[in-house]
Design a protein around this ligand. Sequence first.
Ligand code: KG4
Length: 377
Amino acid sequence: MINTHVASASIDIQRCRLYNAERIMIIFAIETSCDETAVAIMRNGRETLSSELFSQADMHALYGGVVPEIASRNHAAVIGRLSELALKNAGISKRDIDAVAVTCAPGLIGALLVGVNFAKGLALSLDVPLIPVHHIRGHIAANYIAYPELEPPFLCTIVSGGNTLIADVREYTDIAILGRSRDDAAGECFDKVARVLGLGYPGGPALDKLAQDGDDTLFDLPHPVIDGFPYDMSFSGLKTAIINIVHNAEQKSETLEIPSLAASFARTTSEILVPRVMAAARELRYDKIALAGGVAANSRIRADFLKAAEEEKSTLFIPPLNLCGDNAAMIGCQGYYEYLAGARGNMDLDAFATMDADKSFDMAFAAVTGELDGKYN
Ligand code: KG4
């Protein structure tokens, strides 16, 4: 019968106690969920020994967005060399690795599979535990690296290219989703608007830069409300409204005030996000609020959160720009806490294109291994 990851957990928990006593654990972490190949080496969760990143953004910019097959091929081509570099820059050898953490969901399935299979091979060859990590939980953990004093519970909003969520981080591995975008993620909206404006991919940074010179009151854009779900959001109407403004101007050969459109768009996104997050924090009586994900790099959104947090006398945690976007340090950090909580992968480990951040991997693995057991045991 095929072993499930649960079967090996008791042995690994013993290792974990040993590591706790010695207070040293080196995690080799891999992130390949989208178009960034990333490898990091973390010590005891929060200390980054090395963090290497190969961004494929330029290659995908040619197509106006991420091409999944190109992303997977590039991951396969560079992950080996990037791993060697991470070891070299950390000043350690493979024998020093105590566990391998890898993003297995959510993301582009082919891209995730490159990282998952590389991680399996490494863990198998070194005979060390394999730790499955949820990408969104990794984004939250970027805050632990930036702020050594930060501990759950706190409220976190994750605003990335694929997700827009408000999460109650009750414990390192106990997360409840309070609100989410019902349609497009905020980052997806930035990228699509930028594409229509011919600003290239990824669109967020270019729109952010343009917005600095714009009048944010020039365009009145929609703020959708979802009845009965005060923390849920919608961004597709906002995206369509902007695309219509651009197309109308083109049809009428009118010149658009692009910086003001970018500034109005950033203001509207912020007005959708910030009040919901602050209301959720008030309801849960949290005075610690963290931001995560690529869109947390947006200057307007950062400034509005800072202002709102100051008014509410809350402490705001915003990771530095290099930790906002995809990286492997955040995966190694969250991997450490998942490890301590007993999460283990084995050679059945699979990747999942979608999975909620509040679900444990156990359920998904059970479904996959259950099917395999029926066929091959
Ligand atoms: O977290 P991330 O690197 O990847 C995902 O996990 O999705 O986020 C990427 C997203 C892209 O949509 C990109 O356009 C957006 O973050 N982004 C920004 C900014 N920098 C990156 N959006 C708005 N303003 C920015 N300064």
